[in-house]
Design a binder for this molecule. Sequence first.
Ligand SMILES: Nc1ncnc2c1ncn2[C@@H]1O[C@H](COP(=O)(O)OP(=O)(O)OP(=O)(O)O)[C@@H](O)[C@H]1O
Length: 421
Amino acid sequence: MSVISVTNVSKSFKVFKERTATLKDRIVNNRKNKYDIYLALDNVSLEIPKGETVGLIGRNGSGKSTLLKLLTGILYPDQGTINIEGKVSSLLELGAGFHPDFTGRENIFMNAAILGLSKKEIKRKLDQIITFSELKHYIENPVRSYSSGMYMRLAFSVAIMVEPDILLIDEVLAVGDAAFQQKCMDQLLKLKNNGTTIVFVSHDLGAVEKLCDRVVWVNKGKIKEDGKPRKVIDKYLAYLSEEENQRLIEENNNFEKVSSENINEENEQQHANEQMDDKRWGNHQVEIVDVKIADEKGNSKLGFLSAEPMQIQISYEVNKDVEKPIFGCAIHTIDNTHCYGTNTFIDQFYIDHLDKSSKGKIIFNIPSINLVAGTYLLSVAAHDINGNQYDYHDKKYSFKISSLTNDVGIAKINHEWVHEK
Ligand SMILES: Nc1ncnc2c1ncn2[C@@H]1O[C@H](COP(=O)(O)OP(=O)(O)OP(=O)(O)O)[C@@H](O)[C@H]1O
C-alpha cells in the first residue's frame, strides 16, 4: 500500500520580470508587477509504497525540491492531490526550522517538538542526538555561529532520531565532511532496513544507487523515467553526456566562428605565416587542418561516459615532401596534469614519407577511454623524427567525461578486490 500518493500534481511559480513595484507605485501609478508563470511541476503522479527508498534525480531546476516541498506541506499544489500516511521528518534547506539566536540544544527541543516528539521523549533522546551530531562542545552556542556542515549535523541528527515513518532529504548531506557523510549514509541504511520510507534528492548518483530501491528522474517538471536505479541512472547519464556533447559542439562552433571572423583579408597572409597563436606552432611542412573528437563510428562527440570508445581524427595536408613523419596525441587535465601521450613512432606505426600536396587522415582509436569524470584537453602534433614540429596544436581541444562512480585521480585502472581470510 502506498504511504505517499501524488496524483496529477502541478505547481507553478510567478517569475517577476522587473524590479518589484513599491506600494506607492501600485497605488499612485496603478503599476502592476509583470511576471511570467513558470510551470515547475507538470501533472506529476507518483506512488511510493511503505518501506521503499526512492531517489529523485535530475538537472538543476527540474523540480525535485518543489516535489519534496509539496510532500512536506511547505508548498501546496495548484492542481492535483497529495496523500501522506505516517510521521514525516524532513531535511530540506539547511537551517530551515532552526532559529539562529537559539542554542543548538534549544533548537533540538524546538525542532523535535515540531516533528511531533513530546518534551519527555526529547529529553530521553537528547544525549543520543548530541552524540550523533558530534557537536557536544558547541551545543550551548547559538546556531548562527555554526558552519553549514555543523548545521547539517544537527538537523540530520534530529531528523533521524525522531524515528519517522517517512524521511524526506534534499541534498543537504553534501555539505558534511566525508566521515560524517559516511555516518549519515550508514544511518540511512539502518532506517531503511527498519522499514522507514525514504525520499532522497541528490546529485551524488553513487549515493543514490547505493541507497535507493527505485530512482525517479525528474526532467523539466515531468517524470521522465521511473524504475531500477542502475537503469534510470544510466539513461540519465547518457542524456547528460549527450546534452554536454551538444553544448561543447556549439561552444567550439562559436569559437571557430569568432576566430575566422577575426581574420580579415589584410592580415590573412600574416596569419597563415605565423600560424598563429600561443596554442599552435610549427613550420607547416605538414599542416593539421582538422581535428575531430568522435565516437567509434566517427560521429562528432565531446561528452563521453567513462570507458566509452573514443576516436580522434587528425586530417592533414602536406606542403613539402617529408620523410618518416610522426603523428601524436596527448591528453591533459584542465589543471595541466599530463594524463597520457603517445605517437605513431612509439607505437611502431611507421609512415615512410608524405608527398607534397597530398592529404590524409590519421585515426587514433581508443576502445575504452578510461578516465575519471572531468574535463580534459587534447593536444595533437605532426613532427619529424628529431622532434622538429610541423604543426603542434597545444591543448586546443576539449572533451568531457562523466561517470557513475566517485573514484578519484585521473585514470581508471582496471582492477578487482579480493578478500582473503
Ligand atoms: N519560490 C519560487 N519562486 C519562483 N520560482 C521557483 C520557486 N521555487 C522554485 N522555483 C523554480 O522552479 C523550478 C524548479 O525548482 P526546484 O528547486 O524544484 O528544482 P530542483 O530540481 O530541486 O533543482 P536543484 O537540483 O538545483 O536543487 C526552478 O526553475 C526554480 O527557479
